[in-house]
Write a protein of this length. Sequence first.
Length: 331
Amino acid sequence: MVYESETLGALLGDPRVAPIAADAIRNRDLRREPLWNKTLSQLKAEQFFTGEIGLGIERLYRAADSGAWYYPLYTEEERAQDPAREGVNVVWFPSDAPGADDRPYLLVVPGGGFVNVWNLTEGWPVAEQFNRLGYHAFILTYQVDGKEALLERNMEDFARALRLIRENADAFHVHPERCITCGFSAGGYLVCLWNTAMGYARHGLPRPQAVFPIYPVTSLRSEIRYVSPDPAECLRLYGRPIEEAVKLDFEIPDHVEGFPPTAIFLAAGDTLVHPENSKRLAAALERRSIPCRLEIGPTGDHGFADGSGTCMAGWTERAIRWYESVQAGAH
């Protein structure tokens, strides 16, 4: 394992990655936690995290060494007006594989329950895997501190990220019209929401080529929630009571008409997000004859990240190969 004898604190304390280090897990000060002084091999043995975080950090270093890798999405003035926008950014991981410039790029959106953003596990290592598969990747750190209608603000974060990439497409070596979105848990909800009327159409941007929701939230309905929703949290996320939100685009399975081909991955033993979220999304897509792959791992729980060491190992490659097969069939 890369950097297995190095502590997490030493790795994130490297000055090259100072702009993003505090957001390894956004809104968690890892310096105050015991894991800060543990080596990567200790963290793996004690199952603190899933995924090949050493490979993700190594790729982050290489990106930082390039000198062009970290892009804030809001100006200093905009951040001063609204501190929740502080640290909202995209990080660029270009692939050096032949033909990468001709393929869609990936926008990777980590999860974190709309409280954190888990770049450390669901961002950098996953983007590194997509690089090895021959695809350029960007990792989005989005707002989680908004006090009302946070999800609408997140759609603006998406739009900012995609516009920045489009405006610098030549420098990034990407085609501005060709993007695949990939999101985890809360990030999985966001990449789904982006395909409703609240997302790309409202912001005047092209539809993604495909979407990969990974153990996503998709539904607000009470029968598939493990925990009853808090009214204040509903206002923070949706800007309205959940009884109203469920009638709108926030209820993803009822609003899939704008979806591209979709590959969904989850584990059957997910105790945080009910697997029915994914099943209902897949069923809705199938009713619309939208190409869909639903893969449910027979074991495991929420948060398998890049899948390393679990029955979901290799899901990134299976997602890409499925997308490529759909594209080949369309031509």
